[in-house]
Design a protein around this ligand. Structure first.
Ligand code: WTA
Length: 652
């Protein structure tokens, strides 16, 4: 559909009601679900928790001492028991848990019974290596079946996993190992990306050389590269599991025991260790998986195309789908390898029914053109999801039309690493969706858009997104830094109001439209990166005196990173130094954090108190008209910067 036609749709305020056939079979088909949940939200969540298997039921649904919540107090359960044993005990052991497909085309099918056996073997192996309940285990693996196996094995014995995205650098790994005091690391010899090998073990070695915490390292053989092996510390994964029994009783965990830590960027250079616990988290990921994705374990083939290294993969590739006995696709690689129709080939091969991906991917597909999906049989698809950043209405429409064949409801789901699970979303059998809107709070959730003073805005108004009631999947604290937890999330509007850091507006019907971050967090291809983190990485280079970083709008990636750099002494900036700096940032953080542009400047615009004017830099990076800059300490630099920026863009 062409641009102007889409424009008209919005002018008419058009929305897309769910197809009646969809509603007729939907897991959430009765609109009363919203009122029921509202009438007794704690009771409603308890009814969701009852769908799991508990060794012991809870005594108290919720204890809320703002800003600290405890859910299902006194309850005991094990996440891996719920994701594996429960289904095998139900006689469903032969059902496929994962269709794994390597980038190279290699395939593996893993049933629930097989997954349970392997998890038990590895859990026993971890125990033998000295990992016990409460210990932290860093997992640094690519998208191979051993990644969910490792997470579930930790969950089985009550160890706390901290998954570090395999695209992150050794520095990022060492920071996370140190912060969580992880004693064990699980990694692979290498990883494949677009046909080439990434030396993962080498990165892990560099990380382990820079900390003395790690006692044990387990290495999965993936690429067969030659690697260094440190005797006593390093062990092959295949050796570990070969000797172990496939019986490993799941450890009964308290509902509030920590399941995992996942680091995410905050507004300072130091990533935040988001802490998720057991019972509440599993309750909310399971409920949202079933109701938002309308998952039918007997018939669906579900595919979340994220990486498990991010929260989307934790909740909607591992825990949500497995808790619901889903059959999922697990894909190792890139969407354009070897061809740009790789996704559609996969959809066709496995007859995927539910697809969950990010707007940035959808925009790439748009650019690559509708002929690629059209060349494949995509009629198996019945539901589409989007996550990670605001989806622009054009991308939404294109997705619905060219991927969903106009049959599939599209659910735009808003949530965060901190929320653990989906918070604002349509329910596909009930909601008349509007392209570009995440619509409304999931049952039991209370999302409120407020103004500067914290007052709820009326329909038609805009402001900050808040959550005004605890929810089961919420983060419990930041690992080792409860003060930062309070300050970051619970100080702006009071200690019982969660500040999400996102701007939002309500339309005339009261539906929620997300507007992006309101803090110094950038969103590049759906990945959170803090401006300060990139600035620290740049300043860490010997040639750099000072750096300021800002996100600027980018058609494909949502935002791109623009860096303004001043050099030491009389060093001159050139293209060679710019690429050296990009490489340096990749080494400090990871490739995803590389600035798209680096602009060398003799000075940065500052206020008289010496604060860098980031908003002004953003305006420059986005080519906007600048307001009054005469209050700056060094206003002459602004026009100079503007000229350089324009010259750089024209030179692209
Ligand atoms: C953004 C990813 C608009 C938002 C699950 C949030 C979204 C941050 C959406 C969290 C959406 C995520 N619409 N914005 N549907 N989903 N975001 O922690 O800015 O990686 O605060 O969690 O992504 O990113 P995170």
């Amino acid at each position: 559909m062409a641009g102007p036609a889409i424009e008209n749709l919005f002018r008419e305020g058009r929305s897309f009601p769910p197809p009646p056939e969809f509603t007729a079979q939907a897991n959430a088909a009765d609109p009363a679900i919203y009122e029921q949940a509202e009438a007794d939200w704690q009771g409603w969540w308890a009814s969701q928790a009852e769908r799991l298997r508990w060794f012991k039921t809870w005594d108290t649904v919720l204890e809320w001492k703002a800003p600290h919540a405890k859910w299902f107090l006194g309850g005991r359960l094990n996440v891996s028991d719920n994701c594996l044993d429960r289904h095998v005990d139900d006689g469903q052991g032969d059902q496929v848990a994962y269709h794994w497909e390597a980038e190279s085309g290699e395939r593996r099918t893993i049933t629930y019974a097989q997954l349970k056996d392997e998890v038990c073997r590895f859990a026993n192996g971890l125990k033998r290596l000295g990992v016990s309940r409460g210990d932290r285990v860093a997992i640094y693996l690519p998208m191979i079946p051993e990644l969910p196996v490792a997470m579930l094995a930790c969950a089985r014995i009550g160890a706390i996993h901290s998954v570090v995205f395999a695209g992150f650098s050794s520095q990022a790994l060492v920071d996370r190992i140190d912060d969580a005091d992880a004693r064990a690391v699980i990694t692979a010899d290498g990883a494949y990306r677009k046909g080439s090998v990434i030396p993962l073990k080498q990165s892990a070695d560099t990380a382990m050389d820079n900390t003395d915490r790690v006692r044990t390292c387990v290495v999965v053989r993936r690429t067969g590269e030659d690697i260094d092996f440190t005797d006593g510390r390093d062990h092959w994964y295949h050796d570990i599991i070969a000797d172990e029994s496939a019986e490993c009783p799941p450890e009964p965990m308290d509902a509030e025991d920590v399941l995992y830590i996942l680091y995410t960027s905050g507004t300072t250079g130091k990533p935040k260790g988001i802490v998720h616990t057991t019972g509440g988290y599993l309750t909310q990921v399971a409920a949202t998986q079933r109701l938002v994705f309308d998952l039918k374990p007997d018939t669906d083939v579900y595919w979340c195309a994220a990486d498990i290294g991010w929260v989307t993969g934790h909740s909607y590739i591992v825990y949500g789908p497995l808790a619901n006995r889903a059959t999922s696709v697990l894909y190792e690689g890139a969407p354009d390898h070897p061809g740009r129709d790789r996704f559609w080939e996969i959809v066709e091969r496995y007859r995927v029914t539910i697809l969950y991906t990010a707007p940035t991917a959808i925009r790439s597909f748009m650019k690559w053109g509708p002929d690629l999906p059209a060349a494949h049989d995509m009629t198996s698809l019945r539901l589409l999801g989007s996550v990670g950043e605001p989806i622009n209405p054009e991308a939404w429409m294109w997705y619905a039309e060219h991927i969903g064949g106009r049959r599939c409801p599209v659910v735009d789901t808003w949530w965060q690493t901190e929320t653990g699970a989906i918070m604002i979303t349509p329910l596909p059998g009930l909601t008349a969706t509007k392209p570009g809107s995440a619509m409304r709070s999931f049952p039991g959730i209370k999302a409120v858009v407020v103004d500067e003073q914290g007052q709820a805005v009326e329909p038609g108004g805009g402001g900050y997104l808040t959550l005004q009631r605890p929810w089961p999947g919420m983060l419990r604290t930041l690992w080792g830094d409860d003060e930062r937890y309070r300050l970051t999330y619970w100080s702006r509007f009071g200690e019982d109001v969660y500040f999400a850091g996102d701007g939002a507006k309500l339309d005339e019907d009261g539906h929620v439209w997300l507007l992006g971050r309101v803090d110094d967090v950038m969103n590049v291809s759906g990945h959170r990166i803090s401006t300060t983190e990139v600035e620290s990485a740049l300043v860490d280079h010997p040639a750099v005196a000072e750096a300021a970083v800002s996100g600027r709008k980018d058609e494909m990636t949502g935002q791109a990173i623009a860096a303004f750099v001043t050099l030491r002494g009389d060093r001159q900036g050139d293209e060679r130094l710019a690429s050296e700096l990009r490489q340096h940032v990749a080494e400090r953080i990871g490739k995803i954090a590389r600035p798209a542009n680096i602009l060398f400047t003799p000075d940065l615009p500052k206020t008289r108190s010496g604060k860098i004017m980031r908003r002004l830099l953003k305006d420059i990076a986005e080519g906007r008209e600048l307001g009054d800059v005469t209050t700056l300490a060094n206003s002459d630099i602004v026009s100079e910067l503007k000229q350089r920026s324009t010259a750089a863009t024209e030179g692209e």
